[in-house]
Design a protein around this ligand. Sequence first.
Ligand SMILES: O=C[C@H](O)[C@H](O)[C@H](O)COP(=O)(O)O
Length: 217
Amino acid sequence: MTQDELKQAVARAAISFVQDGTIVGVGTGSTANFFIDELAKIKHRIDGAVASSEASAARLKQHGIPVYDLNSISELSIYVDGADEVNKYRQMIKGGGAALTREKIVAAVAEKFICIADESKWVDILGKFPLPVEVIPMARSHVGRQLVKLGGYPVYREGTVTDNGNIIIDVHGLQIAEANKLESAINEIVGVVTNGLFAHRPADIVLLGTKDGVKTH
Ligand SMILES: O=C[C@H](O)[C@H](O)[C@H](O)COP(=O)(O)O
């Protein structure tokens, strides 16, 4: 099976968690795009969606799925999104597509976070994938210096502006043993909006696409 076929398989599997008549939280990225396309097939059964990026909102609308502002709803039963890395504690690194902040916000509202990923994303220790950090532009150098003190090698992601008008710094060289602590420490740096560690809010369910089928963790 190709990587895209594995992504499609987990996207399909996630549809079984969608309850009729509800608003669905939808993530960002290539795996989330497969989920949006699967969601379109059952769009008559749902009320609509909340998107974690402008790109996902546009794809949902192209399919004729109503997109709600998060502020206009009070509850969200599920949030379905991909990940750049996920471990056995269902902690994740996210933000390869620069959507980490909105993803974290929608995930915070959702009762259940369902992570959909192909097996290449499964890791023992988080950190091989450079950790994305969303930063207020004027704080770029300051945040970079603080990230070095935390043991990382910060690299400015040239040409990327987030949906919130900020920049991304990718932190290389981290071996993340205590994801909760590092998530908090980075978020305490003045000028950081948030970072792509989802440790305080791990996924509730991971659907992992493997050659032997979709495995649930
Ligand atoms: O900002 C992007 C998101 O965190 C994505 O969920 C993550 O990068 C995984 O994307 P993909 O499904 O394309 O590998």
